[in-house]
Ligand binder design. Structure first.
Ligand code: ADP
Length: 423
């Protein structure tokens, strides 16, 4: 079965086409600047030249049409016909309290995603546009949605509630939801496999450190607490997001700087974090480069970034009464050996015996970066959110086919067909 995975943003759309027999990516690409002039489609296929096309793509329906054209293209494509695509899986950021696992899309699911627009105004409407665009281009194809929040629905009340009047939770669902759930779930399972220990016996701290960053405490395979909150702004310091801060700063900054709600929102999401402190960039590589060249603001930004990851690890060890393994993943977590080294520095108290030589080895496989004697393991586990979406979609479609087959069989079943002597 071929499954198309889609991650739709408001003006962009990323895609990967999987062959689920081999779990191989047949083609991938992105459409950028949807709705703006000079939209760009980039498309990659192994052993074929990369394709880049600039054209006018006014909406998501046209974007999906272009993607399909590319997938069946004589020169750049990988399919003979679009009928070969048998299912589509979408990444959806916010599933609120309604979704604790991936589901196939139906009218009810779409209605619920729309109800959640308020909680993720930048993301869920864009995902919905992606879903509608697929319906327009590939009518009747089964579609599934995989939520960033779903994995964290196991959090207990005392970790997900904020200490504010509960009326805000009851009326407006203000609570911690957590994000990057597909990634935390995937790397925790991969770690259990690597360690050859059942997930149900493990206490894990997964650190997904990319542009966005979050840490999760996972006990018995279940998310117990996570650093992102009602939105992906809370928690760790990120590329351009502030992470944790005193909420009183918001009204104070608004009054002192005469800011609007939009401006403060944009400041905290797009102009803070590594960028806000270093004044150089939100990309950790550039911050480290500037630090190495003697830029003191970049040095402070890096120290803050490291310190806050350390703080969450410490807090989660206390919350779980121990930890078996700490896992680094995503763009920074997988690639920055200096970040991992600094975070794990001076943690021998917890039983971490960090191995600097192992830390600098590069690999696309899960690996241990502690000594063999280390009581607590530190692992680097590459994440793959698209693969999880493809797998969930594939599983849900197969289950639906089985259910339908069983239903059809039950419907055609006639008691007269029973062999003689049966009850
Ligand atoms: P996203 O949250 O967009 O999915 P990724 O997980 O792809 O992010 O991570 C992208 C980030 O990873 C970029 O900000 C980039 O700076 C960072 N990154 C990639 N390689 C390195 C590296 N070697 N050192 C530091 N940061 C890196």
């Amino acid at each position: 079965m071929k499954v198309l995975v889609i991650n739709a943003g408001s003006s962009s759309l990323k895609y990967q086409l999987y062959d689920m027999t081999t779990e191989k990516v047949l083609a991938k690409g992105r459409v950028e600047r949807i709705g703006l002039d000079a939209s760009i489609l980039t498309h990659e296929v192994e052993n074929k030249p990369d394709m880049r096309e600039v054209s006018e793509i006014l909406d998501h329906t046209t974007a999906i049409k272009k993607v399909i054209e590319m997938l069946v293209h004589r020169k750049f494509g990988v399919l003979h016909s679009m009928d070969e695509i048998e299912a589509v899986g979408h990444r959806v950021v916010h599933g609120g309290e309604s979704f604790s696992k991936s589901v196939l899309i139906n009218e009810e699911v779409k209605l619920e995603i729309r109800r959640l627009f308020d909680l993720a105004p930048l993301h869920n409407p864009a995902h919905m546009m992606g879903i509608t665009a697929v319906e327009d281009n590939l009518p009747n194809i089964p579609q599934a949605v995989v939520f960033d929040t779903a994995f964290h629905q196991t959090m207990p009340k005392h970790t997900y509630l904020y200490a504010i009047p509960t009326v805000l939770y009851r009326k407006h669902k203000v609570r911690r939801y957590g994000f990057h759930g597909t990634s935390h779930d995937y790397v925790s399972k991969a770690a259990s496999h690597y360690l050859k220990r059942p997930l149900e016996e493990l206490k894990l701290i997964t650190c997904h450190i990319g542009n966005g960053a979050s840490c999760t405490a996972i006990m018995n395979g279940k998310s117990y607490d996570t650093s992102m909150g009602m939105t992906p702004l809370e928690g760790l310091m990120m590329g351009t997001r502030s992470g944790d801060m005193d909420p009183a700063i918001v009204p104070y900054a608004i009054s002192k700087e005469d800011l609007t709600m939009n401006e403060i929102n944009s400041m905290l999401n797009k102009h803070s974090g590594l960028l806000g402190i270093s004044g150089v960039s939100g990309d950790l590589r550039e911050v480290i480069e500037a630090m190495d060249e003697g830029n003191n603001n970049a040095k402070v930004a890096f120290e803050m970034y490291v310190y806050r990851i350390k703080k969450y690890i410490g807090a989660y060890i206390a919350a779980m009464n121990g930890v078996d393994a700490i896992i680094f993943t995503a763009g920074v977590g997988e690639n920055s050996s200096i970040l991992r080294q600094k975070v794990c520095e001076d943690m021998s108290f917890f039983g971490i015996d960090f191995d600097e030589a192992k830390n600098v080895v590069r690999s696309s496989e899960p690996r241990d970066i502690t000594s063999d004697e280390s009581k607590v393991k530190v692992l680097v586990v590459p994440t793959n959110e698209e693969l999880i979406i493809a797998r969930d979609t594939y599983r849900l479609v197969l289950e639906a086919i089985e259910t339908e087959k069983a239903r059809a069989e039950a419907e055609t079943f006639k008691p007269s067909e029973l062999p003689e002597g049966s009850d």
